[in-house]
Ligand binder design. Structure first.
Ligand code: COA
Length: 465
């Protein structure tokens, strides 16, 4: 059913973050009327952030066969229409095994003692099966992206997929006496050609196949192709849509390359997930901003990961936050220098140096060349965290420093099992609202403040998972 203006549920004008309207009898009868207009509004910051960015999206072989493959194609089409430059890499292990078995050729694998990786031995005899699988998957992708029925999400889509000899490969070679024959490694990517295709608004498909300068064809690991493509293109995101991502569990949302080691020791993942975490970490350390591991079995997971603050998968970041750290007594002078003018003009609550020294364990700072350029305090009690004293040096404003600090504090609060983050503000209400907070009730404000609210601050509350 088409949704018309008359069907939409009105939220208060000018308040994009207004609470979700209660279901009325009418919406209960007709779910199409429950179209989440406010959700659409909330996505606009993400739409703006993602526009013009390059995402390398890897998806597992089993997804190509799954019922939700069509949903993935719709979602990728939506991303492309939102101005995201897409490079798609697919796995094909399952399809190759099936094709080899159909041709009564045994699948052969080897594990070399150095990399410990289990690699297919791509014999000359198996090459026709592999080229058949590549051709088949390519046709499936091209046909899926070509559908444009008027009543489907693909209506008027006109997405052009492009593929070709874009990967230069070399042989994996002979290891521990085993000749891997046509199994190869990525040697380099034709980056300029790929950029030209992306600039022409094409979606680039990179099957895990490469060619050597001698014209030989090599079968590559698709996860490596995705990782190398993301690094070579300095992609903004590398996304693994993985069928085993459910094994990550719902408690782990984010790994920073700086604390990845510790997290891996605590957490047991499926081997396939450990290997994509490893590749994501490598990609992050080599110029890719963020990597996401998203559950391929959940049809909503990709959009939820990209267009909601909480996401749905595991985010591995490049340690953007490396320079955010807990303050110590040596930071008191730097914090004081930053907040003094803001206390003087009444933006921030007054604190003396002694107050700061007493509270220093709750302060986080961002430093640049030894100077404190951003600070905030985080106080935790009863599963709730309170953000305070947020300030960014005037020279560094509007470059995302406060947003990064907020993301970091949300991560800390989550680790400490908090479910809500509070902020009090007299002048920065809009900033809080724009970052997903909602205005809290006067009653809650009263409970929280206990002491007098002489500044007349407003309370802002963010629900965190
Ligand atoms: C508010 C503050 C922390 C934001 O820091 P920042 O690093 O510039 O923030 P970000 O880069 O993450 O976000 C910048 C956006 O916030 C907006 N913003 C800044 N101050 C704002 C305010 N008082 N109200 C609403 N929006 C504000 C900017 O205009 C910018 O939006 P734009 O990109 O659409 O122009 C910084 O301006 C500051 O230190 N202000 C003085 C101290 C203060 O008010 N602290 C909050 C006390 S609760």
């Amino acid at each position: 059913m088409a949704i018309t203006n008359n069907d939409t549920i009105k939220t208060p004008a000018g308040d994009p973050l207004a609470p979700e309207p209660a279901m009325t009898d009418e919406t209960e009868k007709n779910p199409a009327l429950d179209f989440p207009i406010h959700w659409l509004r909330q996505t606009s910051p993400y739409i703006n952030t993602h526009r013009g960015k390059t995402f390398v999206v890897w998806f597992s072989d089993s997804l190509i066969e799954a019922d939700n493959f069509t949903t993935l194609v719709h979602d990728l089409t939506l991303l492309s229409h939102l101005g995201i430059r897409l490079v798609l890499v697919h796995g094909m292990r399952v399809q190759i095994d099936a094709e080899l078995s159909r041709r009564q050729i045994a699948s052969q694998y080897g594990t070399d003692s150095y990399s410990k990786r289990r690699m297919r031995i791509t014999t000359t005899e198996s090459l026709p099966a592999i080229t058949a699988v590549i051709g088949d998957i390519r046709c499936q992708l091209e046909s899926a992206f070509s559908t444009g029925l008027p009543n489907s999400p693909m209506s008027g889509a006109q997405i052009s997929l492009m593929s070709g000899n874009l990967i230069v490969a070399r042989p994996y070679g002979i290891r521990d006496g085993v000749d891997y024959q046509h199994t190869g490694e990525l040697r380099k990517l034709r980056v300029q050609k790929i950029r030209t295709l992306l600039n022409a608004e094409m979606v680039v498909v990179l099957p895990p196949i490469g060619y050597s300068p001698t014209g030989e064809m090599f079968n590559l690991l698709s996860e490596d192709v995705a990782m190398q493509a993301a690094i070579s293109l300095t992609a903004d995101k590398l996304i693994f849509l993985h069928s085993d991502a459910g094994s990550i569990g719902s408690n782990l949302h984010e790994i920073s390359t700086s604390d990845e080691q510790g997290k891996n020791e605590e957490q047991q993942f499926a081997d396939s997930i450990s290997s994509v975490i490893e590749r994501s970490t490598y990609a992050c350390k080599n110029g890719v901003n963020r990597c996401h591991i998203v559950d391929a079995n959940n049809p909503d997971a990709l959009l939820r990961e990209l267009f909601t603050r909480d996401g749905s998968g595991l985010l591995i970041n490049s340690g953007d936050y490396d320079n955010i750290r807990l303050a110590d007594t040596n930071s008191v002078q730097g914090i004081m220098a930053l907040i003094k003018p803001l206390m003087a003009d009444g933006t921030l609550t007054h604190r003396t140096e002694q107050d700061l020294e007493r509270q220093i364990d709750s302060f986080y700072i961002t430093e640049r060349e030894g100077s404190v350029i951003c600070c905030a305090s985080l106080q935790i009690a009863n599963n709730a965290a309170q953000l305070g004293c947020l300030a960014v040096h005037p020279d560094f404003r509007a470059s995302g420093k406060a947003s990064e600090m907020l993301d970091h504090l949300i991560k800390v609060a989550r680790q400490k099992k908090c479910t809500q983050l509070f902020g009090l503000s007299t002048r920065t209400g809009d900033w809080f609202l724009e970052h997903g907070f909602k205005e809290g009730s006067a009653e809650l404000l009263h409970q929280l403040q206990r002491a007098e609210n002489t500044r007349g601050s407003k309370l802002f509350v963010l629900e965190i998972r």
